[in-house]
Write a protein that binds this ligand. Structure first.
Ligand code: PLP
Length: 411
């Protein structure tokens, strides 16, 4: 990698085909936001859209809004908008509830597609909620839960495997796994593949249909910028829809929701993935947020994401002794974040925040920098790294106010 410089960063910004999307976000002055992999920034259209949904749709149109303002169709419509960003043809993604709920739905439903098999496989480094839901699903269904890294999958993949559930990008290290190869191996063993795309959707192109995933889930508050608690989403490949037996059989997923039958009969297609009454205000916010992707080429998005993460790695190599990039250097193995391992990572993260550079800390020793291509410039990243260099060189992180209080919250 060439030695980075501020001039090169400015030149990259001048040539950036995605420069136009930064104006689509309401970014706070004096802040460089490198935490979009936790909570994405606020897109400009969201506030007015939500205000309109509150005052006009809810306040004036009241219950007629389910039809007149399209509320009923939002889970499927948003599902298709998200699907377009993760390689899903229309009619296979439904939006709603949380990632955790959707994980439960998918884990149980995929297990029901593989009767007689007894093993549920997840990654011991997976985000905790993925592991907790896998534990519960395994308990409920009488399965053995096996934890293994995607890199070691072959050692546990056999005729006993029912479902393999991995995150495509490791939330701590930023490692991007080889989804086509993993999915093919899982299918080769006769099992089903569930991908968690929380750290993929909106930053890393993915081809759900192309890799042949059976199901996928993701949140909408990271790179999709849908806001805190934004409704999550569930993808199930169309080939499974007719026999798809989801565990949470809410009335909105019924074939005839307004007939109010006593017994459940699933709706056709991905509509059966609806559960209860969706969070309309959250969906309105997400709908407006997704406008930030209008006219955005996913190829350009990926190229910029890689350029920004390259910059972090090259800068660390050149100017930050004692700071080790944990995220893989190969582009094909990298998501849209860089995790830096360093001593006193917690204190350094706090000191950086005071300097207006917001990243986050992941135990035990990582500073995690999320690089959102839609609103970050190369020069923002350069200046943030210069701030990190100053924090380390000056030792300002040693100030008592940055110390980690015992049992205190972790940003
Ligand atoms: C991979 C992954 N899955 C799930 C979640 C969170 O699940 P939920 O949206 O239900 O809080 C996160 C949160 O960061 C995550 O990184």
């Amino acid at each position: 990698m060439p030695e980075p410089s501020r001039a090169a960063a400015l030149a990259a910004d001048a040539a950036d085909p995605l420069a136009f999307t930064r104006a689509r976000f309401a970014l706070p002055a004096g802040v460089t936001y490198l935490d979009g992999n936790s909570l994405g920034a606020l897109p400009v259209g969201v506030a007015a859209t939500v205000a309109d949904a509150v005052t006009r749709e809810w306040g004036t149109d009241l219950i007629t809004s389910w039809n007149a303002n399209g509320w009923w169709g939002l889970p499927a419509r948003l599902g298709d908008r998200i699907g377009a960003l993760v390689g899903a043809a229309p009619g296979q993604v439904v939006c709603g509830d949380s990632t955790s709920v959707q994980l439960f739905q998918a884990l149980v439903a995929l297990t029901r597609l593989t009767p007689g098999r007894t093993r549920l496989i997840t990654d011991g480094a997976n985000f905790p909620t993925d592991q907790y839901l896998a534990e519960s699903a395994a308990r409920l269904l009488g399965l053995e839960l096996v934890r293994v890294s995607p890199a070691e999958l072959a050692s546990v993949l056999n005729e006993r495997a029912a479902v393999v559930a991995f995150s495509a990008v490791d939330y701590r290290t930023g490692e991007l796994w080889d989804a086509p190869a993993v999915t093919a191996a899982v299918h080769g063993a006769g099992a089903r593949m569930l991908w968690d795309l929380a750290h993929v959707a909106g930053a890393v192109p993915f081809d759900l249909d192309g890799v042949g995933a059976d199901a996928a889930v993701g949140c909408s508050y990271k790179y999709l910028n849908g806001g805190p608690g934004a409704p999550a989403w569930l993808y199930v490949a169309a080939r499974h829809h007719d026999v798809l037996d989801l565990p949470l059989t809410g009335w909105q997923g019924h074939a005839e929701p307004f007939a109010l039958h006593a017994s459940y009969a699933p709706a056709a297609g991905i509509e059966r993935g609806r559960i209860g009454t969706p969070s309309i205000l959250g969906m309105r916010a997400l709908d407006a947020a997704l406008d930030a992707f209008d006219g955005v080429s996913l190829t350009n998005l990926r190229a910029k994401s890689l350029a920004l993460t390259d910059l972090v790695i090259a800068y660390a190599d050149a100017y930050l002794p004692g700071v080790e990039p944990v995220t893989p250097r190969e582009h094909a193995r990298r998501g849209s974040q860089v995790a830096l391992r360093l001593e006193h990572a917690y204190e350094v993260t706090q000191a950086l925040i005071v300097r207006g550079v917001v990243g986050d800390f992941r135990a035990p020793d990582m500073l995690r920098l999320g690089l959102t291509p839609l609103y970050l410039r190369h020069v923002d990243v350069w200046d943030a790294l210069e701030a990190l260099r100053r924090v380390l060189a000056s030792g300002e992180w040693r100030a008592p106010r940055f110390a980690r209080a015992a049992g205190g919250a972790v940003t």
